[in-house]
Design a protein around this ligand. Sequence first.
Ligand SMILES: CC(C)(COP(=O)(O)OP(=O)(O)OC[C@H]1O[C@@H](n2cnc3c(N)ncnc32)[C@H](O)[C@@H]1OP(=O)(O)O)[C@@H](O)C(=O)NCCC(=O)NCCS
Length: 143
Amino acid sequence: MLSGYLVREMRDDEVEEIILTEYEHFGYSVFADLSTSDYRKKVVVCEEDGKIAGFAVLYWDDENFHIGSLIVKVEFRNRGVGRMLIERASREAYKLGFPKVYADVSVSSDALEFYMSNGFEIEETIRHYYGISKHAFRLSLTV
Ligand SMILES: CC(C)(COP(=O)(O)OP(=O)(O)OC[C@H]1O[C@@H](n2cnc3c(N)ncnc32)[C@H](O)[C@@H]1OP(=O)(O)O)[C@@H](O)C(=O)NCCC(=O)NCCS
């Protein structure tokens, strides 16, 4: 792990920051949407000097384990924070007995390269996932 950074579980008083950051980046909150689903979920955050540098919203059911969102704040990017969060997500999946971590990303997203450079592979294309003609790749990483 990079020095100065700590990866840990989210605290209850950080829920609002997570939801607002998701809205800022995506216009919706995966964390909030999960509240009305049957999925189990966990948020892992990477902090530096008491500030949240980035976080990943993880969720799973009996079948699969997913990264629902992963955001690194702009001022903390390109320092390996995203990679640390993926490593933590893989460990969480492994501890729960899942062989893979899944992530769905838009075919036109910058995040695609980020995931691919962290070992993810394209499993399938999900057509019209984000709306008409807005396709997604389902990516997976073997843990
Ligand atoms: C994508 C994101 C999470 C990357 O976080 P980060 O902390 O800057 O990434 P890291 O520093 O850990 O980079 C890890 C690897 O991914 C690569 N990478 C990171 N961002 C990239 C990008 N936008 N395009 C291509 N490659 C990228 C890095 O080059 C690095 O690879 P390398 O070690 O081979 O050079 C961050 O840019 C972000 O929060 N974006 C907005 C939200 C988003 O799109 N989230 C993902 C979908 S849920």
